[in-house]
Structure formats: C-alpha cells, structure tokens
Design a protein around this ligand. Structure first.
Ligand code: PSU
Ligand code: MN
Length: 306
C-alpha cells in the first residue's frame, strides 16, 4: 500500500503536538460556494472565529495531489482565486490525488480527510441533501451517505433551503444519522431559523453533544452526527421572503439544464444575485456561528475522551 500524501500546516502540527482541540473546515464553500473576494475573507474570518472559541482551525483541500490539513494564508488565497479547481467528493477524491490535481473538498470529502487526520468535529454552512425533483433526477448528495459511515460530527445550519428538506431528513433517518438541533425544537433551514419541521433530536449544550459522540463510539456505531445550528436571529432571511427567490433559481436551473455537481453552485450564485447579496451575508454569518459552536464541541471532547 502507498502512504497517503497528507500534510499538516504548521499551526495544526503545533496544536496536535499540544493536544489542543481541532476543528476541520471545508474548501468547496470557498471555491464553489462564495464569490471572490468574500470567499477568502470569510475563510480567514471563520478560522479566526474557531481560534477565539478555543480550538485550532484546519481548512482542508487537495493541492497538487496532496491532502492538506490546514492551509497557510498564501495557499488559502491561491485556492480562493483559482478557477479550475475540482469539486471533490468521495467518488473523485482518490482520482484527484493520484492525478496530482487540485481539488476543493465537499462535506463528504472533508469528513474523509478529517477522519484520516484524527479530527472529530467539522464546521460548514449547509450540507448537501436530497434535491427537489430527486424522484426524477436521483440527485441525492453523497454528503448523506458519508454521514452514515464516517465518524465525524458536522456542524451546519441545516440542509440548504434549495433542497427538499423533508426528504433529506427522511434519508438521514433511514441511514441512521443523528440530526441534533441546538437551542430549538425545529430543524433550521440554512438562511432561515425555521423550516416547519420538528428536529429529530435536540441538545443545547456543547458538552451534551460531545457526550453523545462518545456514547456512539462506545456503542460501536459507524457514522457521524449532524448538528443543525440555527443562523443567529439578527442575520436570518425569513423563509417566506426567500421562497420565491429559490423557486425562480430552481426554474432557471431546470431551463438551463444544470445538473449533477453544478446544481448547488449555480443555485447559490443565482440566489446571491437575486437577493442583491443578502444571501451571502446570511451565509457568512451562519458559517461563523457554526465554527464557534464546533470549537466549543471540540473543546468538550478533550475532557470527555479516554
Ligand atoms: N455550505 C455552504 N456552501 C456550500 C457548501 C456547503 O454554505 O457551497 C457545499 C459543501 O461542500 C457541500 C456541497 O458538500 O455544497 C454540496 O454539494 P452537492 O449538493 O453537489 O452534493
Ligand atoms: Mn448532487
């Protein structure tokens, strides 16, 4: 077997040596989820949020075939400006690396990388899920299967509201993924706090989430936890304001024949344009909030471990 081409940044190396809590961050949100320069500004800000909340950030990406756990500022800046970056999930991760290519990791690929690096908590914006019309397109994000098999806790603001959220929750239940809402009884809907759907589980304290993670390990269960953290109240876009915008973006995607990996980036970009940037402002706020929560969960794992 070959050795995995994996490298840690200086900051992550130091944190590992000192046994400090780590939080993984993904890179598809940088390359395919937000426009430049807000993408790199947000990536830096989110890393700082993790530090201020007591953990060390590890932004994950594949650069020229090597899996990087933690990026320095030059690497982050280059990635945010690159235009030919692969969007890498479980299916294409090995091909990207073996070919010496550069790839941004989605939730699924970031989970795989985090587990390989021994990082148990990961913050993002929203996970992929069951797309609307999946009964015809079969478009169901590989993120869901990954949550079922890889033991990493993902902190997000709920499935993106462009998805079929009820079907996404059904699939997560079928796959045995614990969906844990924080601070409320409803599943949040990414840009909005409420989805109208009851949360399968609720735990408000980071220590409680850490305890659930340890218990799942003790039970010998595979897979991760999905923590759904509502966007801060002052930053949300109410669901009924956004509904017509999402409907229009979905219509345009269909009319233009957008499919497969291109769907989510297309919809996020169109909603950004149709809301005059308001969706991006909300997206940035929710990722930052998730990063802070993930850091608190990671900090609690230390004492819960052993
Ligand atoms: N969260 C965001 N913006 C994003 C994503 C998450 O706030 O762009 C990315 C994640 O990388 C996630 C991907 O895995 O969108 C889902 O893509 P798809 O629907 O093609 O599986
Ligand atoms: Mn898809």
């Amino acid at each position: 077997m070959i050795d995995l081409p994996l490298t840690f940044s200086a900051e992550v190396t130091e944190a590992r040596a000192a046994g400090r809590p780590l939080v993984a961050l993904e890179s598809t949100i940088i390359t395919h989820g937000m426009p430049y320069p807000q993408n790199v500004e947000t990536a830096r800000q989110v890393e700082q949020d993790v530090r201020e909340a007591g953990a060390t950030p590890a932004t994950i990406a594949i650069l020229d075939g090597t899996l990087h756990i933690g990026l320095d500022d030059a690497q982050l800046t280059a990635l945010a400006q690159a235009t030919d970056v692969m969007k890498v999930s479980r299916a294409d991760m090995a091909v990207c690396m073996a070919g010496g290519r550069t790839g941004a990791t989605t939730v699924a690929a970031t989970m795989i990388a985090a587990r390989a690096a021994g990082i148990e908590v990961f913050a993002t914006g929203g996970i992929g899920g069951v797309h609307r019309g999946a009964e015809d397109s079969f478009d169901i994000s590989a993120d869901l299967q990954e949550l079922a098999r890889t033991a990493v806790t993902v902190v997000c603001a709920g499935p993106k509201a462009i998805l079929d959220v009820p079907k996404t929750l059904e699939v997560l239940e079928t796959l045995g993924v614990p969906v844990i809402a924080v601070g409320q009884d409803e599943v949040p809907a990414f840009w909005s706090r409420l989805s109208g759907l009851p949360a399968p589980l609720r735990i408000d304290a980071p220590a409680g989430i850490a305890a659930a993670m340890r218990m799942r390990t003790a039970l010998g269960l595979d897979g991760g936890h999905l923590v759904v953290n509502p966007i801060p109240a002052g930053d949300e876009i109410p669901a009924d304001t956004l509904a017509p915008v999402i409907a229009r973006a979905l219509d345009e995607a269909e009319a233009q024949g957008i499919a497969a990996k291109a769907v989510t980036p297309f919809l996020l970009q169109r909603i950004f344009e149709l809301t005059d940037g308001a969706s991006l402002t909300a997206n940035i706020a929710l990722v930052r909030s998730n990063a802070r929560l993930a850091a608190r969960i990671a900090a609690n794992l230390g004492s819960a471990a052993a």
